[in-house]
Design a protein around this ligand. Structure first.
Ligand code: NAD
Length: 367
């Protein structure tokens, strides 16, 4: 059964034993931390599209351990609007050409890459070479070869690379991790993880192979991969996959719908769907003696579901706020932020590569 005390313990551990603000926040801990670390870390957002504008920047108005200090944009009019709205200093506004001079700016500690997927590698490496820690959005790269290069270059620069996996800070998903990984209801046997939505504008970068590297799988299927992995605590060793396309014009360059299956060393099997054709959003984890069923499972509206037919009603949190605070706290204290580093992103890129290979060959791919 769900035990709130157990849940809180897991949640705290996930944050590196600190209580971050919001529902589970401990004023005493925050007070002690702030006394010894009075400065918030400065974050610069690179790319001021939908995710930066509607999620990350508003979340950075609530964070306790970091704040929005800079922006990198190719659009001068956006720079002006953001500068005024967030009271940013003129010297902290960059474009893509002068971005590397961020190296000499002590206001910026972390660079957050929120660009189309094809640009993640270049800007991650440039940011690390400029001496900054990096948060890179998912999918971390176009493929696993790029991901490996990013990890190696950031390590060479002596910096840390984090991936935008906000669900490691979301209570319902943390509960699924706890139940699955600790075998609370016995061994995990079956997983059903799916994420898809109906995509609009046919001219957007998400439908262009050169910018996105793939379609629904790269964009949202990656959440289903993550969910199956964090619900078992395992990496799959075998993949089979099938692709379906109903609109061959709109999806001429990238995948519309992919079904795939993953086999895990413990014997668990995952059946997954990703699509740009219609809405689907589910994490179903079935163990020997019970199940977890989250739907909606991955978006940043409300997340909900049930455990063994009993509703799961944890507090809804601001995932972006907790994620950036968790990273910043770990950087300031030298503690480990859980499961959100580059190596975690690379594992997902390995799986994505294997899924595309399984689609192309029709064969089972061993990872
Ligand atoms: P978006 O299209 O809204 O924004 C992209 C930004 O990149 C824009 O500011 C655009 O001007 C800029 N850009 C620079 N060069 C470009 C080019 N050649 N083509 C197109 N745009 C260019 O996209 P978004 O939804 O903000 O997504 C950005 C990244 O964030 C993606 O990698 C995406 O997967 C990720 N994302 C993550 C989440 C999450 O929940 N973690 C949610 C949304 C998006």
């Amino acid at each position: 059964m769900i035990d709130r005390r157990n849940f809180s313990k897991t949640f705290m551990a996930t944050l590196g034993s600190v209580a971050i603000s919001n529902p589970l926040f401990s004023k005493e801990l925050l007070y002690d931390f702030k006394k010894s670390n009075p400065k918030k870390l400065g974050i610069a957002l690179v790319g001021l599209g939908n995710y930066s504008k509607n999620q990350l920047a508003p979340a950075l108005e609530k964070t306790e351990f970091c704040e929005l200090k800079g922006i990198v944009t190719g659009t001068p009019s956006k720079a002006k609007t953001w500068q005024a709205k967030y009271n940013l200093s003129e010297k902290n506004i960059y474009n893509y050409e002068n971005f590397d001079s961020i190296a000499s700016n002590p206001d910026i500690d972390i660079v957050y890459i929120v660009l189309p997927n094809s640009m993640h590698k270049e800007y991650t490496i440039r940011a690390a070479k400029a001496g900054k820690h990096v948060i890179c959005e998912k999918p971390m790269a176009m493929n696993s070869i790029e991901a490996e290069e990013m990890i190696s270059e950031v390590a060479k620069a002596g910096k840390k690379l984090f991936i935008g996996y906000r669900l490691h800070y979301e209570p319902h998903n943390i509960e699924a991790m706890r139940i699955g990984q600790n075998q609370v209801f016995g061994k995990v046997k079956i997983l059903n993880c799916s994420f898809g939505f109906r995509i609009g504008d046919p001219t957007q970068w998400r439908l262009k192979y050169s910018l996105a590297g793939g379609g629904a799988l790269m964009d949202v299927g990656i959440y289903a991969i993550q969910a199956a992995r964090y619900s078992t605590g395992e990496m799959p060793f075998a993949i089979t996959a099938q692709e379906y396309k109903t609109d061959k014009v709109k999806f001429s360059e990238v995948d519309e719908t992919i079904f795939w299956q993953m086999e895990f060393p413990s014997g668990a099997v995952a059946s997954c769907i990703t699509t740009y054709a219609s809405y689907i959003e589910r994490l179903y984890l079935s163990s020997e003696r019970g199940f977890v069923d989250l739907s909606p499972a991955y978006s940043y509206g409300s997340i909900g579901g049930q455990v063994r037919r009993k509703p799961l009603d944890f507090t809804q949190v601001n995932q972006q706020q907790l994620h950036m605070d968790g990273i910043s706290y770990s950087l300031q204290t030298g503690t480990k932020a859980k499961n959100i580093y580059g190596d975690e992103g690379l594992k997902d890129m390995n799986i994505i590569d294997a899924i595309y290979k399984a689609v192309a060959t029709g064969e089972k791919v061993i990872i």
